[in-house]
Design a binder for this molecule. Structure first.
Ligand code: CA
Length: 245
């Protein structure tokens, strides 16, 4: 399956997934890469596992809002991964990908505790719609931990970490960072940042500039990093600077 130019738009429509962590367990490298590219392009945080054992380990240890699970996997098949997670009380919504030849029974996948399934080859539009529906009806979806590279922003706990090291932020700094992380990779205007972090105050872009400067010192300069970029004439953008040199 090849990447499609429409994929950005399709995934872009998937606003409810924004900032959430998704685990894709898929051994077909091209398909896994395509899913990763499509979802991360819009700022979602996607982790990949290429075999069942690695996927099970990651699903156990990571806090994912969703798992996309292929059934035919080396190491440990998708049925076993799914069944094991459910046995352990893991309630993360799981969408399984089934082969078109029907070798694996879709009903059986649901029996092991999967929440939904999609037969390959599938349409990205449909996949995104299904993922969105799973997030919506998940009863216990935890507030997201936004991750941009090794910068993590735990929205519920109001905790920021760079490569595991806790970074103390003032409330306004945290609010600015949260919005930038929710729209990771995208230019965010000073106006949007003002509305988000200073909802009650008069419009003054100097507020944003001062706060971004202090934020940059704490999350970037202190770690010799450059993830918080200035976008001339617009505002700012938060990126995974390990990928961008
Ligand atoms: Ca497979």
């Amino acid at each position: 399956m090849q990447p499609d130019h429409g994929i950005r738009k399709w995934f872009g429509d998937c606003a409810t997934l924004h900032g959430m962590r998704i685990l894709v367990i898929e051994d077909e490298v091209d398909l896994a890469r395509t899913l990763h590219t499509g979802l991360t392009a819009e700022g979602y945080s996607v982790d990949l596992a290429h075999d069942g054992r690695q996927g099970l380990w990651m699903a156990r240890t990571g806090e994912y809002a969703l798992v996309v699970l292929d059934l035919m996997l080396p190491g440990l098949n998708g049925y076993k991964v799914c069944a094991q997670l459910r046995r352990e009380g893991n309630t993360t919504p799981i969408l399984v990908l089934t082969a078109k030849d029907g070798e694996w029974d879709q009903a059986e996948a649901l029996d092991t505790g999967a929440d939904d399934y999609l037969a390959k080859p599938f349409s990205y539009v449909v996949l995104v719609a299904r993922l969105r529906a799973l997030v919506r009806r998940a009863p216990t979806t935890a507030p997201p931990v936004l991750a941009v590279g090794d910068l993590s922003v735990d929205v519920a706990a109001r905790v920021c970490r760079r490569a595991g090291t806790r970074v103390e932020l003032a409330p306004r700094e945290f609010a600015v960072l949260e919005l930038l992380a929710r729209r990771a990779g995208q230019a965010v205007s000073k106006t949007d940042l003002l509305h988000h972090a200073w909802p009650d105050e008069a419009w003054d872009p100097n507020l944003v500039e001062a706060r971004v400067s202090s934020l940059r010192r704490k999350v970037d300069t202190a770690f010799d990093r450059r993830s918080l970029q200035t976008v001339r004439g617009i505002g700012y953008r938060l990126v995974d600077d390990r990928e961008h040199g």
